[in-house]
Design a protein around this ligand. Structure first.
Ligand code: NDP
Length: 388
């Protein structure tokens, strides 16, 4: 029986992962489940799955977790270090914490070997080279859960990467793909988190609406696949049926298709290299009817350009981009800034901070902290330049 740990078990990806694991009784044993502070959901999942251990990152939530698990025999713990400790040692680990808060735990999981499934893209953006070096040292296998990267993984010929002409990274374009710029100025929190095709956590939903998610995915793809970043192109595909494509030098383009349900890519990583029976209704292409493709609009979605520039420049730029974006998205979700200010804050932060390239995880964390401080100060001062 394979041991499984789910970091971020109470979130959207964590819940989809649990759903698949629970449909295969006798195949997996849950070693650890973690959350930030959603004690009710964490304790219920731990009891249901007979997990060995449940951990909350926010230590102030530990007493409530202890009460909820009293008499269950499940050990519980609290605090960021406890999450890192729980991250190590499973055969299969899902990294599904949101944001760079997941960096230390994903590194701990990779250091301990086994299969580590990456949903949590932000650490890969900020510290990609260091994470890949850690995996190379430990022998851990990294599998992508992000539907686009999982699609590319299924189509990519790792034995002949030089035969790949382009990676075509598809994205739905988010809820505002047809909105004029002046209307986007008044976007509300509720409108931004209502994604047309996917049901996801709040942060990635806002990232999809600004298309920063596609920008982060561009950097993620450049980390995961051995192709030059100029060969990775973003295409808007509003139906979210094709999850990405790989084009080869002979003119063949391979695509992976599936329903817009994260359980499809997660099932692939759970069974890899095998396949498991999944609960989703098969894709009905006749009902889908048509597949549309268009180029993204760089004027209404400046996050795409910011992300590509950060990728090209390398060094600390991706970590600054990500940290400023996390701060700006949190401020938008708190209704402290307007929608169009998100990309503007990222651009302002990138424009005012240019540290040396980090060469350790501690360096990355220092860049992350300083970029957050600068972005937060801009928001507090109300000094944001729209029109990046
Ligand atoms: P959610 O917001 O739904 O869930 C986030 C999870 O992380 C929760 O379990 C939450 O716990 C936990 N968490 C939040 N803050 C912290 C913290 N400081 N320390 C430890 N744990 C924390 O996010 P999603 O599931 O939508 O996304 C998770 C990751 O996967 C993101 O990086 C996202 O970009 C990526 N992803 C998501 C997809 C999706 O369909 N949702 C698709 C592809 C990638 P609690 O519930 O207690 O707050």
């Amino acid at each position: 029986m394979r041991t499984v740990t789910i970091l971020g078990a109470t979130g959207s990806v964590g819940t989809s992962t649990l759903d698949l694991v629970e449909r295969a009784p006798g195949e997996f044993r849950i070693k650890a489940l973690t959350a930030n502070c959603d004690v009710e959901r964490l304790a219920a999942a731990a009891i249901r799955t007979r997990a060995e251990r449940a951990v909350v990152a926010d230590a102030s939530c530990l007493p409530a977790l202890r009460d909820a698990l009293a008499g269950s025999g499940i050990s519980c713990d609290g605090g960021p270090d406890a999450v890192v400790d729980a991250a190590a040692g499973a055969d299969w680990t899902m990294a599904a914490i949101v944001g760079c808060a997941g960096l230390a735990s994903v590194v701990a999981a990779i250091e301990s070997g086994g299969t580590v499934v990456i949903a949590n893209k932000e650490p890969l953006v900020s510290a990609g080279e260091l994470i890949l070096a850690t995996a190379a040292r430990s022998g851990a296998r990294l599998l992508p859960a992000d539907s686009e990267h999982n699609a590319i993984y299924q189509c990519f010929d790792f034995a002949r990467p030089e035969r790949v002409r382009r990676i075509l990274l598809t994205g739905s374009g988010g809820p505002f793909r047809d909105w004029p710029l002046d209307r986007m100025a008044d976007v509300t929190r509720e409108q931004a988190i209502a994604h047309p095709n996917w049901s996801m956590g709040a942060k990635i939903s806002v990232d999809s609406a600004t298309m920063m998610n596609k920008g982060l995915e561009l950097i993620e793809a450049a980390r995961l696949f051995p192709v030059a970043h100029e060969r990775i192109e973003i295409i808007v595909h509003r139906q979210s049926v094709i999850h990405s494509m790989v084009e080869y030098v002979d003119g063949s383009t391979l695509a992976q298709l599936g329903p817009s349900d994260m359980r499809v890519p997660i099932a692939h990583t759970l069974a890899w290299p095998d396949r498991l029976e999944s609960p989703m209704a098969p894709l009905d292409l006749v009902a889908v009817g048509r597949l549309d493709f268009e180029a993204p609009d760089p004027v209404r979605f400046p996050a795409l350009r910011l992300a590509r520039e950060a990728l090209e420049a390398g060094g600390a730029r991706p970590a600054i981009l990500n940290a400023a974006n996390e701060v700006a998205v949190a401020a938008f979700l708190d209704r402290r800034i307007a929608f169009l200010e998100i990309a503007a804050i990222v651009a302002d932060t990138l424009g005012s901070y240019d540290p040396d390239a980090p060469d350790s995880l501690a360096d990355v964390l220092n860049v992350d902290i300083e970029a957050r401080r600068i972005a937060e100060a801009r928001i507090k001062a109300g000094r944001v330049t729209i029109g990046v």
